[in-house]
Design a binder for this molecule. Structure first.
Ligand code: BJW
Ligand code: ZN
Length: 241
């Protein structure tokens, strides 16, 4: 495979999705047809779903928290840490993943656009989100000790806004890069917005776009270059790591 050439002005914007963690043993989102125990993802990852059945939602997230015990980053996560070390300010990683494997690998110039599964926040008051690795027992809905409202995972659910600061940081990076922007998406099915639209943002800026995925995603036609294969093998080769 021909490595992605990054000259002295190139700015690399990377978008990752569940596929980059697949080789670490984390199930992808749409592996099981977008279903968890027969429930549609929207049912357990939306404000409406939480309002209807918070204990079902907490069972979903508790099970996933427990499943992350002992899980470690793979070669693809490490290749991005290496790229960040090479490029410094000319690197930005935006991940849709909530599994925390990028920071665990050592990524620092990184934005977790859909939140982090090991953080909890109040569904009602403005207390700060806090680290919480608890896998709650079946039927348990933890309550806020400030206002007694149900606590919820600090995750961006369907229909919720991505943090304004995250969108602003991406925008600033794209503007600084201009036509030197290189956009690289890894392990994402290209169906969830606004992440799936970042390739269009990169194209509008005049940048080049690359994709590494196990299969062609929904937005494949909008990329300049596509590498089909497992991220753990394809990404280090592409980045020349
Ligand atoms: C491998 C591999 C290996 C496997 N190597 N590859 C514009 C148009 C239409 C709809 C909308 C729109 N703008 C907004 C919306 C609504 C909605 C949306 O996009 N809906 C679509 C489903 C149609 N978006 C939102 O609601 C967002 N909010 C927003 O935009 O606010 C403003 C607004 C609201 C409403 C209307 C309009 C505007 C928020 C989205 C938040 C998504 N959150 C979730 C769940 C919570 C996180 C959690 O619990 O973990 O985040 S959804 C779920 O999908 C999760 C993921 O981060 C996200 C993306 O999934 P991902 O990462 O792509 O995983 P998979 O499983 O889908 O794909 C994995 C891929 O890897 C596959 O292709 C495999 O082949 C591949 N793979 N092994 C390489 N080894
Ligand atoms: Zn509260």
């Amino acid at each position: 495979m021909i490595p992605l050439s990054l000259d002295g002005a190139a700015h690399l914007l990377v978008l990752t999705g569940a596929g980059i963690s697949a080789e670490s043993g984390v199930p992808t989102f749409r592996d099981a047809g977008g279903l968890w125990e027969g429930h549609a993802v929207e049912q357990v990852a939306s404000p409406d779903g939480f309002a209807i059945d918070p204990s079902l939602v907490w069972r979903f997230y508790s099970q996933r928290r427990a499943g992350l015990t002992g899980v470690t980053p793979n070669l693809a996560h490490h290749a991005l840490v290496e790229a960040e070390a090479r490029l410094g300010e000319r690197f930005l990683l935006v991940t849709q993943n909530v599994d925390g494997l990028h920071p665990l690998a050592g990524s620092r110039r990184m934005l977790e656009m859909h939140g982090n599964i090991m953080r909890t926040r109040c569904s009602a008051c403005d207390r700060a989100p806090f680290e919480d690795r608890t896998a709650y027992g079946d039927g348990v809905v933890p309550l806020c000790d400030r206002c007694s409202a149900p606590l919820r995972p600090d995750i961006v659910w369907f229909g919720e806004m991505i943090a304004r600061a995250t969108l602003a940081a991406i925008d600033a990076f794209v503007r600084a890069a201009g036509s030197h922007l290189v956009f690289l998406a890894v392990g994402t099915s290209g169906v969830v917005y606004p992440a799936a639209g970042l390739v269009d943002v990169a194209r509008a800026a005049g940048g080049r776009s690359f994709l590494v995925n196990a299969e062609p995603p929904a937005n494949a036609a909008r990329f300049d270059h596509i590498v089909i294969g497992p991220a753990g093998r394809a990404l280090p080769a592409l980045l020349g790591a």
